[in-house]
Design a protein around this ligand. Structure first.
Ligand code: FAD
Length: 316
């Protein structure tokens, strides 16, 4: 089933999770060990992130450095197939512009279609860690909307080789990202929303938000989207804070604020177990309020913390 079918058929708020592929070298059991504690909540779908390769400098025996491309978390497509096969739950691979030519994207879409994956979260991806700006591959896509248009074309039976005969129309349901606190590169919220609206007008069926820790940011974002004519479901993306270090890492990495009430409670904690307790309680309250507001889905970024997420979902 597609994500939008899950939403349309649900009578109440549904649950979904996002996981990361394990570090290279780990087996598929790492995924099952991560997901097993979460399966009692019968998630409607599970997203699997995509990680492009990074450029690293490896020291050679003579003391000089060699530039190498390293992909630390490969396996997104295969993990989706494994999840669908093992748990009989729909999987949503993330598909990014970065690092892909249009032909490579088409090949990936053909693989996904053969595997019976009908859902995609389409995002641009960020610049590799040691590069300042995102640059598409030569012959790749600069913005998520351009990648969406390629998928939409395949949904209409138009492949890159336009003269192919008797082609199969894919039926990918397309989700996109939205930013209640603005995308960090956007000059202002209005401009960011106008690009979001363009993605919706090009066929996106739902939005998943960047994490936020203040529900009012989500409520304001939904209102602004509705005022801008964006009517599709807006799924809140939620994450617990579990370590003190995250007080600075999260704002720096994701460009989101941590409200002072939460930050002050975390600062008072002596050990990370106490932080995890505060983070769990905060996320539980956030989830309860969002459910009461009537959100279609509570989407949890599990990021290696399945037991914390399980405690939250169990108590709502
Ligand atoms: P876009 O929609 O392309 O927007 C990027 C920027 O360009 C924005 O500032 C926007 O306002 C602007 N813009 C958009 N269209 C235009 C246009 N036509 N002209 C000029 N400016 C424009 N990253 C990964 O690498 N892997 C993942 O698995 C992953 N999963 C994610 C899941 C979620 C739910 C979220 C919220 C983010 C995820 N990301 C992931 C991060 C994401 O790739 C980055 O946030 C990226 O910087 C932006 O992606 P986007 O799809 O929003 O980009």
């Amino acid at each position: 089933m597609t994500v939008i079918e899950h939403i349309n058929q649900a009578k109440d708020t549904i649950i979904s999770f996002e996981i990361l592929p394990p570090l290279k070298g780990k087996g598929i059991t790492a995924i099952y060990e991560h997901l097993d504690p979460l399966m009692e909540f019968k998630p409607s779908f599970i997203n699997v992130t995509y990680h492009r390769s990074e450029t690293m400098f490896k020291k050679k025996p003579d003391g000089t450095f060699e530039k190498v491309e390293v992909r630390k978390r490969p396996g997104t497509v295969a993990i989706c197939a494994a999840i669908m096969n093992h748990y009989k739950v729909d999987a949503v691979p993330h598909l990014i512009c970065g690092g892909f030519t249009k032909n490579e994207t088409e090949d990936a879409l053909i693989d996904l279609n053969f595997l019976g994956v009908d859902n995609l979260l389409i995002i641009r991806g960020d610049a590799p860690k040691n590069e300042a700006f995102f640059e598409p591959e030569p012959g790749g896509h600069r913005y998520a909307i351009d990648l969406m248009k390629q998928v939409a074309s395949m949904n209409n039976g138009i492949y890159l080789e336009e003269d192919l005969k008797g082609v199969v129309k894919t039926k990918f349901c397309i989700g996109i990202a939205g930013y209640p606190e603005k995308h960090f590169e956007a000059p202002n919220m209005e401009t960011d929303l106008s690009f979001l609206k363009a993605k919706v007008d090009s066929g996106a069926e739902y939005i998943i938000t960047q994490m936020f820790f203040d529900n009012q940011k989500y409520f304001d974002f939904v209102k602004r989207c509705r005022d801008a004519g964006i009517t599709i479901p807006i799924i809140p993306g939620l994450k617990p804070i579990t370590t003190k270090k995250q007080l600075t890492v999260i704002p720096r990495t994701f460009y989101v604020d941590i409200p002072s009430d939460l930050a002050n409670e975390i600062i008072k904690c002596k050990i990370d177990d106490e932080v995890a307790q505060v983070g769990t309680e905060w996320l539980t309250e956030q989830s309860r309020e969002l459910k009461k507001f009537g959100v279609p889905v509570l989407h949890y970024y599990t990021l290696g913390k399945p037991r914390v997420i399980a405690n939250v979902v169990r108590s709502i």
